[in-house]
Design a protein. Sequence first.
Length: 254
Amino acid sequence: MSDSKRERGSTIQRILETTEFISQHDGQYKAEQVIKRLDYPSNSASKLFTDMKSAGFLQTSILGRLTLGKEFRDLAHSTLSHKHFKDKRMILLNSLSGIIGEACGISLPSGANMIYFERAQTNWPLQIHLPPGSHVPMTATASGKLYLSELPPSAQQTILQNIGLQQFTRNTIVNMNDLLEDLKTIKDQKYATDNEEFIEGMSAIAVPIKNEKMAFGYLFCHAPSFRKPLNELLEHLPAMNATADKIMSTMIAD
């Protein structure tokens, strides 16, 4: 950025530029690194970040890096929940659920957990009751492990050391080294599985919803293992990736 651009940038412009940058690089940079990347004057930018933190639009993670605050996430959630966007996503989720024959949905990271943002249900009498708004653990779910796999190794270890490895079932990975190895595999294959690690008798898979510039969340599908074992869910990865691409396209189309 040139000096002229730095000088003419209004406070509201810098707030918008900052939130856009953080949303695209959430939790990746410390404040001084963001200031350098955006080419802002150090003193005024530091005050701006302090004000944004006080207002709840930014916060500092356990790694000392800037991340979006609760107020911004609530605003984004309200915007994304608008009928204009929601209807388009639900059409795609219902279509995918019809193809697979099981519940499909979108999850987002929320603090130390994942939150089920939206969900398309099936007509089976036996359902796994995890409605939208449910919080599920990062370390024992397909979407949670997929999110963790995308973080730098140092961030993974710091987060895992702080939230701990709780055992939910006999299949839950509770050894740190084993989980870190699992995250490496997930990063390479670009999808994650939950082989009855969170709930006994439930299998799940997840793929990312993103493009080259930004990420929206994670597309998941889960089912009772007796009805749709993990190996059968994995057969639907092409359909899930195709749906994830379509969801991302609808979010940036207009």
